[in-house]
Design a protein around this ligand. Structure first.
Ligand code: GCB
Length: 595
């Protein structure tokens, strides 16, 4: 028997059908900034309706909504509150509250009592509220914290100042990643119901034998010895296979494969007692050779970008208009893939990628990590990766795997971005992390993106694909167009010689202020960005082991303030408003030819 409120790892996406109902609790919530570090907890703000509130939209980051600088730059906790009703029609059902993501820490209270808490800003969590929710009105309070330390991902460090200027103490959040630390309830909040005996989890993987697809599935339910009926439906909802087993391997004759750019989705349609769940999945295979990445036996070349969840006003809040626009732009420019740099993206985006045949490298927020055994300490003066970081890194991989394991769009896991992999201690750490993810998923390749010199790298041997982020023409030799091609080519060859694995350039590019034109080109001009990318591509085109190019970045995005950042990072091929810069047209021509 499940304890009420206990958190679980299986995370089926809520569906709305004749067996399950769902309500979105999005819209305007009440909101209050915690003006002292944890005053709200000390005074138990959750026990009665929040006072002195302002309006706050959900889903959205709170940082850019108001005109208050203190809220934009806030470090600590904030409080959200709203009411909701449980319909009488849902009587005798199991009730669940589900949060798509709360960044980075959440404590959830229902009618004044804590029901769950979660750490990690980019993955869903839920609470069974069957026993606690009132029929009729309920008060839902969410405390959201954005402090990053070395026991979470991304890692960060808090510096305190307590002086006459700051009698209550001042906290400064330090971190070593290049995106604004947006916070809030970033993804939808949903209340849903299922029958009391229900389908808990589904895992599907597929293999292909000649023309037939083999679908290996396993279903978990919370009740024993119940009969189950499983159908496999094609896109026309025709039954193409069926089974009466919880775990089985069924054959789909003459299967239509899920192909990049041409998705085909089957459905696993499951009936269990009163419950019913339909899960889309694709039939496809992935294999690697020393120089190739094969999807369904055919070499696949990654064309695309590192992205961000980022936009004006709503920050990292889910924006379906933006996501559809982004998919349109990916198609327009001839991209076939993206990396979820530097954290898992909304499930709604992953579902769209499944449907549109967009290939995804799925990344966890392990960015800006140092090991502090060498010269390369980065911005952190004391803190470094420790046992808690390792334990939490594994937990995030587990939560991500649980959420995304059934997505055909996910072809590779990226377990880190630019760790200090020149430091000796990174070796053991990543050997362990890699082993862990391979135990969870023995099928998908593993990678991490590297920015150290090839001679110094201590960890890419644990990966299946070597991914490097390279800024020739920008951080290395800014403005020196003629050095880009030889530098990158020499570098690429060394990485392949060292590891004998296919290589993706997961980042390259140049900051570019939209509207700045200059001939001959100078850095920051649109002409320079175009040339810089062309020169990088020249080197990649001459290396047959390069299996992909992801430009940094898809669109301009907000960062912390810095002298190298003009109201954010401007390496976008599109502006933050999702309009093309000059380079976009040249890239489009190149990628559309490379079909
Ligand atoms: C990188 C990081 C990315 C930054 C980018 C840059 O290597 O992976 O997060 O935004 O460089 O523009 O500096």
């Amino acid at each position: 028997q499940m304890m009420p409120g206990k958190r679980r790892f299986d995370m089926l996406f809520p569906v709305d059908n004749e067996a399950r109902q769902m309500k979105e609790l999005n819209g305007i919530w009440k909101f209050k900034r915690d003006n002292y570090y944890k005053q709200g907890f000390e005074e138990k703000w959750f026990e009665k309706p929040l006072e002195d509130v302002i309006d706050m939209p959900v889903p959205s980051s709170y940082n850019d909504i108001t005109t208050d600088q203190e809220l934009r730059d806030h470090v600590g906790w904030v409080w959200y509150e709203r009411k909701f009703a449980v319909p009488r029609l849902w009587k005798d059902q199991r009730l669940v509250l589900r949060f798509g993501s709360v960044t980075h820490h959440a404590v959830i209270y229902l009618n004044g009592k804590e029901i769950t808490r979660h750490k990690g800003g980019f993955l869903p969590f839920e609470a069974d509220v069957t026993e606690m929710a009132n029929e009729g009105e309920n008060r839902l309070t969410v405390a959201v914290g954005n402090i990053l330390e070395w026991d979470c991902l991304p890692v960060g460090h808090i510096e305190y100042a307590r002086d006459e200027m700051h009698p209550e103490g001042q906290m400064e959040q330090k971190f070593d990643f290049d995106f604004f630390n947006y916070s809030g309830i970033h993804r939808p909040v949903r209340l849903y119901c299922t029958p009391k005996e229900y389908i808990e989890d589904i895992s599907v993987r597929t293999t292909v034998d000649d023309k037939d697809g083999m679908v290996h599935y396993e279903i978990k339910t919370n009740a024993e010895e119940k009969s189950i009926k499983v159908y496999i439906l094609d896109e026309k909802n025709q039954v193409v296979a069926e089974s009466n087993e919880m775990k089985d391997m069924v054959l789909v004759k003459d299967a239509q494969l899920w192909q990049p750019g041409s998705a085909y989705l089957y459905k696993l349609d499951i009936y269990f007692g009163q419950d019913h769940y339909t899960l889309p999945f694709g039939i496809r295979t992935i294999q690697l050779t020393e120089k190739q990445f094969l999807i369904n036996g055919k070499p696949f070349y990654f064309k695309g970008f590192g992205k961000h969840e980022d936009s004006d006003i709503r920050g990292k809040g889910l924006d379906e208009a933006l996501n559809v626009r982004d998919c349109e732009l990916l198609k327009w420019i001839g991209a076939n893939s993206f990396r979820t740099s530097h954290y898992p993206y909304a499930e709604e985006m992953m579902q769209m990628a499944d449907q549109k045949g967009i290939v995804v490298i799925d990344e966890v927020p392990a960015v800006g990590m140092n090991f502090f055994d060498g010269e390369n300490g980065g911005i952190f003066t004391e803190d470094k990766v420790n046992e808690k970081t390792l334990a939490y890194h594994k937990q995030v991989l587990k939560e991500l795997y649980q959420r995304d394991k059934n997505h055909p769009c996910v072809v590779m896991w990226s377990i880190t971005n630019e760790p200090h992999s020149s430091e000796e201690a990174s070796r053991n750490y990543f050997e362990e992390v890699t082993k862990y993810i391979r135990k969870l998923d023995s099928e998908r390749p593993i990678t991490g993106t590297m920015n150290v010199d090839v001679e110094d790298d201590k960890i890419s041997q644990f990966f299946d694909v070597v991914c490097i982020n390279r800024y020739f023409g920008w951080y290395v030799g800014a403005g020196k167009i003629e050095r880009i091609y030889p530098s990158l080519k020499t570098d690429l060859i060394k990485w392949h010689e060292k590891y004998g694995k296919p290589v993706i350039v997961t980042e390259y590019g140049a900051d570019t202020i939209a509207g700045l034109h200059k001939l001959p080109e100078v850095i920051f001009s649109e002409e320079y960005q175009k040339r810089c990318i062309e020169e990088n591509n020249k080197a990649m085109d001459e290396c047959d082991f390069v299996i992909g190019e992801h430009i940094w970045a898809f669109a301009d995005f907000m960062t912390a303030f810095g002298l190298k950042r003009v109201d954010g990072n401007k390496k976008g091929i599109f502006t933050r408003e999702r309009q093309p810069k000059t380079a976009a047209f040249a890239i489009r021509e190149r990628w559309r030819k490379m079909l």
